[in-house]
Design a protein around this ligand. Structure first.
Ligand SMILES: Nc1nc2c(c(=O)[nH]1)N[C@H]1C(S)=C(S)[C@@H](COP(=O)(O)O)O[C@H]1N2
Ligand SMILES: [Mo]
Length: 548
């Protein structure tokens, strides 16, 4: 941007109150010292403009955060923008993020949103020095865009317009105020006073923004937190208590993960930037659509039903071969089938389109719920009420299906419909409407690339073919024959099965070790290498072991 062409008509006419805009102070000396000084002062002006832009933008966002205390966390400008970004993220980028950032993907996204906003604010701040009206309007427009993005989220309310609108407006006003002060300072003969005014104004705004933004965020977390409500939930007693599985479900090899995944280590996959905080007192589940008798139940009613414990391994379609997005837990839930029967499903209805409070939709086959498997509405995991990030107060689970077609967290709505007429969230994004869990196995001990001592080397890992069960696991060293591994005791066909193998006389050198499983139907895991999209990765997991 050249300063010579500045101070244009729009700036001047619309900003009569503004002391002279920068373009009008163009200097005419041509000496080299003067040129250097001009260079330095131009840099100074740019820096000042950027600073003003950042501070004004920050003040706007802080106000937006405060307004969101009233309207809800998901309506806060950055959260709404982030949620929108998630919804338009193409599948390849989503895969890239999951692969590279894992469960830090949300943090990376937020950093991206903040960086974009900061850059835009800084540029806008520089622009404001010569085109104040234009820059102010742009700021407000960003607020309007944010408001539109927020209010078009699937479960938005009209009030979600407010935080971003007011944030944009506030940012525009602060931009005006600070820019005018900054320009006055350059102009005025009373430089000292004006400078002090500008510095105080900028610092004060920045400090206020930090306090309001931080305070607003803490306030939101506190106001909407359901942790107290969660502590108060009295879990129903299961109709029949499930005994603990025998210790022999775990091969007891050092370095091998436990049979039950501790809740704190259980993987988390969802599209929620701001976790839904659903108070059980407000929770209702609606069953409707192609049914004779639609109905609604409260959380207390739900808890009065028959509850069962069930051990089930949950896995994500995004889990790469050998990947970490799989976990095994003991769940407490009420069977889903009786609820569907009570509603009276119409002939021809083949899909349950479940929906969560954050607008996520998941499509599951009616058949899978009615065929006798332990599909359920779960309220607890590993003996405790579901953690908020795993779906408190209630989530759906259907053994044998990937999470994105079965495991709706924060579920409040079951719409009985057809696959032909309805799409769930992930379907238009390239994933299959139906997705049974594929047979998978992985080697966990030793770690790939690890060096072990020659002699007997213990290999161990986990295999799953949810709902079909694991009948065999084999390992292959180099190009040798496939060897039967020792299976740990099976808990249920719905849980993973751990295995170990004693590799005798491991010779010095580098060896490739592969694993494959056979499911309960006798089908051997496929060696065909396929990526995660559209319905789950296949191929054999292999590691390199260095024997010394
Ligand atoms: N509301 C909601 N439920 C959801 C999802 C989601 O994004 N939103 N993700 C699904 C996917 S893809 C998986 S793999 C499982 C993961 O459950 P977890 O986070 O408890 O491990 O939840 C499923 N349920
Ligand atoms: Mo998933």
């Amino acid at each position: 941007m050249s300063e010579q062409q500045t101070g244009g008509a729009d700036g001047r006419s619309a900003d009569r109150s503004v002391p002279e805009l920068e373009g009008e102070q163009a200097q005419h000396d041509t000496g080299s010292t003067a040129a250097t000084m001009r260079g330095a002062s131009r840099l100074g002006k740019i820096a000042r403009g950027a600073l003003v832009g950042l501070v004004a933008g920050g003040a706007g966002l802080a106000l937006g955060e405060l307004v969101a205390v009233a309207t809800g966390e998901a309506s806060a400008p950055v959260t709404a923008a982030g949620n929108w970004a998630i919804s338009i993220t193409p599948t390849w980028l989503e895969q890239f993020a999951i692969r590279n950032f894992g469960s830090n993907d949300k943090t990376v996204l937020l950093i991206g949103v903040y960086t974009t906003l900061a850059l835009a604010a800084a540029v806008d701040g520089v622009l404001a020095r010569t085109r104040l009206t234009l820059a102010s309007i742009l700021t407000a427009v960003v607020g309007v865009i944010g408001a539109v993005v927020a209010v078009t989220r699937p479960v938005a309310e009209t009030s979600w317009l407010l935080p971003s609108l007011l944030a944009g407006l506030a940012a525009a006003l602060f931009l005006r105020w600070l820019t005018i002060m900054s320009l006055k300072e350059a102009e005025s003969s009373a430089k000292q006073t004006e400078r002090r005014r500008f510095v105080l104004g900028t610092l004060g705004t920045a400090a206020g923004a930090l306090a309001a933004g931080y305070g607003g965020n803490v306030w939101i977390k506190k106001r909407y937190s359901v942790s107290q409500a969660r502590d108060k939930v009295v879990l129903p007693t299961p109709a029949k208590v499930l005994p603990k599985p025998p210790a022999s479900v775990h091969p007891n090899v050092r370095g091998l993960g436990p049979f039950f995944t501790p809740t704190s280590e259980f993987y988390r996959v969802d599209t929620a930037l701001a976790l839904p905080h659903v108070d059980p007192r407000d929770w209702k589940l609606k069953i409707h659509g192609m049914v004779d008798r639609p109905f609604e139940i409260t959380f207390d009613e739900l808890l009065s039903y028959r509850f069962e414990e069930h051990d089930l391994t949950l896995t994500c379609v995004s889990n790469e071969v050998g990947g970490p997005y799989v976990g095994n837990a003991r769940w407490l839930g009420t069977p889903l089938a009786p609820l569907l029967r009570r509603a009276g499903i119409h002939r021809g209805a083949d899909m349950i389109l479940s929906k969560s409070t954050d607008g996520m939709t998941i499509g599951s086959p009616v058949e899978a719920v009615l065929d006798g498997r332990q599909a359920m509405l779960a309220v607890a995991m590993n003996g405790e009420a579901l953690p908020v990030k795993h779906g408190f107060p209630c989530r759906m689970l259907i053994p044998g299906l990937y999470g994105y077609v079965s495991a709706t967290k924060w579920v409040t709505d079951l719409n009985i419909t057809t696959f032909a007429s309805s799409d769930a969230y992930w379907t238009p994004r390239g994933y299959s409407p139906e997705a049974p869990v594929k047979t998978a196995s992985r080697i966990e001990v030793p770690k790939s690339g690890a060096t072990v001592k020659a002699g007997t080397v213990v290999l161990a890992g986990t295999a799953w073919a949810t709902h079909r069960g694991v009948a065999a696991v084999e390992v292959q060293i180099g190009n040798g024959a496939w060897q039967e591994a020792t299976l740990a005791t099976s808990d249920t066909p719905d849980t993973w099965r751990q295995w170990s193998y004693e590799w005798a006389n491991a010779s010095k050198g580098s060896h490739k070790v592969k694993v494959r499983a056979t499911d309960g139907t006798g089908a051997v895991q496929t060696s065909v290498v396929q990526g995660v999209v559209p319905n789950g990765a296949t191929g054999y997991h292999s590691i390199i072991v260095k024997v010394s």
